[in-house]
Ligand binder design. Structure first.
Ligand code: G6P
Length: 369
């Protein structure tokens, strides 16, 4: 096992560091050389079919579900097709309204999650077209779906998913740009700009991973708190969900993610002196709104760690500490922003002496209901 860990202490940290490569592999053969378009040659539908979908459902569990939440923003913002995201165990029993005008996308690292597989079968039974986004070639979900897009993350061993998530995000982004091109909902110039920004990600991921000391220090300093809150709006909220799950899964710290604008409807009551709040502020269109939510929690004496794009000096006036990620298109910020959150969870778990790769009560792949 030590050899498989390649010198790292745990599989999780090894897999965190594999993300630049995993992301590069997932996109490499799927982008036109001149950055003009996304090539998804594996899709067996014709363009007319793809353009005709009236509504898309994204169904998954756990971290893959969180990738689905990001995917909804991508498809709706770029391809302008309405998307519903469901947890597989809910979807399969809620009599979803589906027919042949719908596309159901299931996301699953393993391709074997029982609830996701059952949801896929249910969608097919109702007449929906289906697409699997999975990391395992020939898995049950890959075989069951009409179409498959593989994430090329390589084997993921740690129970807490890291590189599978970032490659799922890249895949959902490519799919959204692909559909947007077909539907002409984005201009060719914008599409090119997005693809160029995508190509920069591996280098930017590498940049984040080169300097993890500040994150380690935060994890050591706040790793013994029993409650941590994550707040953000729009795509930052989607990433907050994943950051909070990571922390819960492996460090057993009680963590909650809140849409920042929803705080005042209940959670603000829990914000008292010294409670760590991780505030994501990478989305320019809701930036000012997020800042006012940060002020609200600061006014209750929370300790706020802001997560922002490099160059944002304004945030420092309102938070106790800032973690910067390289500047990118706001749509791609989740793929960078999640890295410090994965590292925070990892180092908090190490600080607390937890079994990082095999957290209590959890399994890598849940193949029973
Ligand atoms: C388990 C794992 C999670 C994973 C979820 C869905 O709960 O511990 O890390 O996100 O299953 O797994 P899948 O293989 O379908 O992505």
């Amino acid at each position: 096992e030590a050899a498989e860990k390649g010198g790292y202490e745990h599989f999780m940290i090894k897999e965190i560091y594999e993300q630049p490569k995993a992301v590069r592999e997932t996109m490499s053969s799927r982008l036109a050389k001149d950055d003009s378009s996304v090539l998804l040659d594996e899709l067996k539908w014709n363009k007319h079919d793809l353009k005709a979908f009236k509504k898309i459902f994204i169904v998954a569990c756990g971290t893959a579900y969180h990738a689905g939440v990001v995917g909804k923003y991508y498809i709706e913002k770029l391809a302008r097709i309405p998307v519903e995201v469901d947890i597989a165990s809910e979807f399969r029993y809620r009599s979803p309204l589906l027919d042949e005008n719908n596309l159901t996308i299931v996301i699953s690292q393993s391709g074997e999650t029982s609830d996701t597989l059952a949801a896929l079968k249910e969608a097919k039974r109702l007449g929906s077209r289906t697409l699997a986004v999975t990391n395992v070639v020939g898995s049950s979900i890959a075989r069951e779906a009409d179409n498959v897009i593989y994430t090329w993350a390589g084997p993921e061993i740690a129970v807490a998913s890291t590189k599978a998530y970032t490659t799922q995000l890249v895949t959902m982004f490519m799919l959204a740009v692909y559909m947007a091109d077909l539907k002409a909902t984005v201009s060719p110039e914008r599409s090119k700009e997005l693809i160029k920004a995508l190509r920069n990600l591996p280098g930017q991921l590498h940049e984040i991973l080169e300097d993890v000391e500040p994150i380690k220090t935060f994890a050591q300093r706040y790793g013994f708190n029993e409650d941590v809150f994550f707040i953000g709006r729009s795509l930052d909220y989607a990433v907050a969900l994943e950051g909070s799950l990571k922390l819960k899964e492996i460090s057993y710290i009680h963590a909650e993610a809140y849409a920042a604008g929803e705080l005042k409807h209940g959670t603000l009551a829990l914000i008292i002196e010294g409670v760590p709040v991780i505030a994501l502020a990478t989305q320019s269109d809701v930036y000012e709104k997020t800042l006012s939510n940060i002020k609200e929690v600061k006014a209750r004496d929370a300790v706020v760690i802001g997560l922002a794009l490099k160059g944002d000096k304004q945030i420092e006036k309102y938070v106790d500490h800032t973690i910067y990620i390289p500047d990118t298109d706001q749509l791609l910020a989740p793929i960078l922003a999640v890295i410090p959150l994965q590292l925070l969870a990892y180092y908090a778990a190490v600080t607390r002496g937890c079994d990082v790769d095999k957290p209590r009560n959890l399994a890598k792949s849940v193949t029973v209901e």
